[in-house]
Design a protein around this ligand. Sequence first.
Ligand SMILES: N[C@@H](CCC(=O)N[C@@H](CS)C(=O)NCC(=O)O)C(=O)O
Length: 241
Amino acid sequence: MKSLFDTIRQHQFLIPDQTMGTHIKPIVLHAAHSTGPNPVKIAMALEALHVPFEVRQWEFGNDPQKGVKGVEFSKINENGRVPAIEDPNTGIVAWESGACMNYVRRVYDKGNIIGPPGDSAQDLIDFEKWEYFLLSSLGPMTGQTNWFRHFVPQKNENALQRFTEQTYRCYNILEGQLKKTRGESILPSRVSAVDYHFEPWVRLHSFAGLSLEEYPLIKKWLGLMSTREEIQEAYIKVQGS
Ligand SMILES: N[C@@H](CCC(=O)N[C@@H](CS)C(=O)NCC(=O)O)C(=O)O
């Protein structure tokens, strides 16, 4: 007997992406704290693929019913962080933005609209290495810079300097990659989910106390990203503007 999952896969194969939204139950995207960079990435991908979704907002902290560290949310993500997604079409629950993104791609991007722009083994590796670079380096370094600049209970200038330098180091790497595309996308030839992973983190550079003065291509890329409809829509749905 065919599972619902098989039905969806077949369904997608048969109908164009643009009409998918009318046949699929909305995915629940769990988010919190309106300016956090991680949930909005997933909204960008869902928007780009015309997959319907609804946003459920949680609070930071351990309120049992409303908090990301509370008992209710721990049933969805025991790590107490957002994003998480629940897909009523398949019964799948995912957390960690990389896992959420790749689930969305595997199930809802049969036309490869936001995946690796080419189909060689190198294209796949290039996609993964930039995705992992954001998830393991640029994102966490920026997060720590934010923590030591704004939230740490006792100032620690050494730590702030260390994470600021490390974030700039990541910006240097990104600027070098953007030279290959004249700042149009992180991977050559078109915008992909990799750009969605980076955009919310780099957008928040000034909150982290970082300047893009020495990064003209990052600046250009960020400007181009902000004109894209799926990105604008994602911010409206997740952050309200
Ligand atoms: N590695 C995780 C990071 C998720 C994360 O740190 N999310 C922030 C919001 S953007 C969060 O939930 N913070 C809540 C907390 O730290 O209590 C991912 O990529 O999904």
